[in-house]
Design a protein around this ligand. Structure first.
Ligand code: SF4
Length: 381
């Protein structure tokens, strides 16, 4: 049985959805937790993690046509292999309503190619969500893409209607963006919108902002990507930077470039969380001379090997921030240690295990327990 009553609409949804895999939607790193397609025959439904838990989200585009020519993108103007379809706001909203009433979708991620300018395209996205919120009274999760160059009032309305908006910088700097997408303007069309989103949030509108970078197509370095991410976290209240390892698409100007390694994407996520959640500064990250991170080691462990091997941290005295510098220790572990040491001494790795720290042996080279290096018992098996 098809939930979508109009076969033409169903076919368009399939075409639009097949093409949106590169768009980030969830809260988890793409490498470890790539969004999963669900079992039924509706490819537009993707299981993603949202701020309120995992949900089957309808992920689609208003149109797969575009008048811009970003070099990496399958929807770029003039690419013959892309099937071009366009939805009207009523049609898209009704499709979503049918899927969410059938309990197949519980969330919407809506993006679009750009046709007749960014403002007209953004209006179509907004009209769709107005219908979903007003006519169909949907109160659940909505994530909207903001078009480069959308107007302030459009961004404001999008942030009133949605839980989250994406303003994708794509490149870490003006020059990198120019090499990826010659018709996008880094400062005026994108960075300015990220600053507006921050202002709008400060006025009491709650929607969060995320951005995405295309990694590894145009010589970008990790230090560039993470410096820009840090600036966005600190100055513009960004919730999350997504790093999308470049993958060449046939019949685009980048079709012969090599793919970026997924491990690079993963190291960028690890480092980005150190900046966002662990209070690190970008200068502290262990970049190599190339400006990139090592691929063979977690950046926190690389830092610890350089800084803590000869100056281990005493767990009975360390501050919360110092505890979170130790490989394997996150905010929860730091809290548990601080609580436990108020009522007794931590003298063995087994005491850490009892606090729920799963592999304290990994931290052993970098810590002191009540003045002593912990004894690590090697398993025979
Ligand atoms: S504006 Fe968006 S859809 Fe259009 S070519 Fe660029 S990335 Fe693709």
């Amino acid at each position: 049985m098809n939930i979508i009553s109009n076969p033409n609409t169903l076919e368009k949804l399939k075409i639009a959805s097949d093409s949106t895999d590169f768009e980030p939607v969830g809260d988890q790193p793409q490498v470890e937790h790539a969004p999963k397609r669900l079992a039924h025959d509706l490819p537009c439904i993707t299981n993603v993690s949202t701020p309120t838990g995992a949900k089957p989200v309808m992920k689609t585009m208003m149109t797969t046509a575009c008048e811009r020519n970003c070099y990496y993108c399958p929807f770029r103007a003039g690419r013959g292999k892309t099937q071009r379809i366009t939805f009207k706001p009523d049609e898209m909203a009704a499709s979503f309503d049918q899927l969410q009433r059938a309990k197949i979708a519980d969330g919407l991620f809506l993006s679009s190619g750009i046709i007749k300018g960014s403002v007209t395209t953004q209006d179509k996205i907004l009209d769709t969500v107005e219908i979903i919120r007003r006519r169909y009274q949907y109160r659940g999760y909505v994530h909207l893409k903001i078009m480069p160059g959308a107007e302030y009032d459009q961004l404001y309305r999008a942030m009133q209607l949605a839980d989250r908006v994406s303003i994708n910088l794509e490149g870490a700097t003006e020059d990198r963006l120019a090499a990826l997408a010659p018709k996008k303007n880094f400062n005026e069309e994108l960075l300015q919108r990220l600053a507006w989103a921050h202002q709008i949030r400060q006025s009491g509108v709650r929607a969060s902002t995320v951005t995405q970078f295309v990694v590894g197509a145009v010589g970008d370095t990790d230090v560039e990507l993470l410096s820009t991410s840090e600036r966005l976290y600190r100055q513009m209240g960004l919730t999350r930077a997504y790093f999308s390892a470049f993958h060449p698409i046939v019949d685009t100007p980048f079709e012969n470039l090599p793919s970026a390694l997924p491990t690079r994407e993963f190291r960028l996520y690890q480092s980005s969380f150190l900046l966002r959640d662990y209070g690190w500064n970008v200068e502290e990250l262990p970049f190599e001379q190339t400006g990139n991170l090592r691929l063979d080691i977690d950046p926190k462990r690389a830092w610890a090997e350089a800084h803590l091997t000869h100056a281990p941290i005493e767990l009975m005295l360390a501050s919360r921030e110092e505890l979170m510098r130790i490989p394997g220790f996150g905010p929860k572990a730091a809290e548990s240690i601080m609580k436990a040491r108020r009522s007794g001494h931590l003298t063995e790795l087994s005491h850490l295990r009892a606090l729920g720290i799963r592999a304290p042996e990994q931290a052993a080279p970098f810590i002191l327990l009540d003045g002593h290096k912990p004894a690590v018992q090697l398993s025979l098996f």
